[in-house]
Design a binder for this molecule. Structure first.
Ligand SMILES: [Zn+2]
Length: 190
């Protein structure tokens, strides 16, 4: 979904059921039909309607416009995303830099190895977690930074981070990485 903040609230909220259950139920007078709907949702939006909101002094939106825009994404909907990552505009020097980055083949090999590690784990068995990692999760849950659903999602992302590093036990650092990849909302500079 491009420009997620421009979609009507009713459309956005309708995503909650398929994201959670992998199905869409349509109820009419004649009965209810269930359609399969397992999908990977990738969405992008600007920090505010004019798109300049991350740069102090550049935003042309009123407070009301900014509030209306970010309110479209309810907390329960955001909670269903595994990763929420604020992006900033790339530095022009970085765009002009022609130094080759990591190869796609090397990244694909890392992902394949991580998937293999995950697949080798017996189904239903929780991966081992360092006590410090579990403590950090419990702290975030207690202080309200994580919901029960969020806790489950962060644990899974932390597990993936550990798998990508080829480490069997989830550490506090893996949990911190997973928490950083789930920053609630990009802050909007007035
Ligand atoms: Zn703006």
């Amino acid at each position: 979904m491009e420009e997620m903040g421009e979609f009507p609230v009713t459309s956005l909220e309708a995503l909650r059921q398929p994201l959670e259950e992998g199905v869409i139920r349509v109820s009419r007078a004649g009965g209810t039909v269930t359609f399969p709907a397992r999908f990977l949702l990738v969405a992008a939006m600007n920090p505010c309607p004019c798109g300049e909101g991350v740069y102090p002094g550049s935003c042309r939106c009123s407070d009301a416009e900014r509030a209306r825009y970010t309110r479209r994404l309810s907390a329960p909907l955001l909670d269903r995303f595994d990763l929420v990552v604020p992006l900033s505009r790339p530095d022009p020097a970085a765009l002009l830099d022609v130094t080759p980055g990591g190869s796609t083949a090397a990244s694909a090999a890392r992902v394949a190895a991580a998937r293999q590690m995950a697949a080798a784990r017996p189904a239903g068995r929780e991966a081992p977690m360092h006590p410090d990692a579990a403590r950090l999760l419990a702290l975030k849950l207690r202080d309200g930074a994580l919901t029960a659903r969020g806790l489950h999602k962060v644990s899974r992302v932390a597990r993936t981070v550990a798998d990508l590093m080829g480490v069997e036990r989830v550490s506090e650092e893996h949990v911190s990485d997973a928490l950083c990849l789930r920053t609630a909302r990009a802050t909007v500079a007035p």
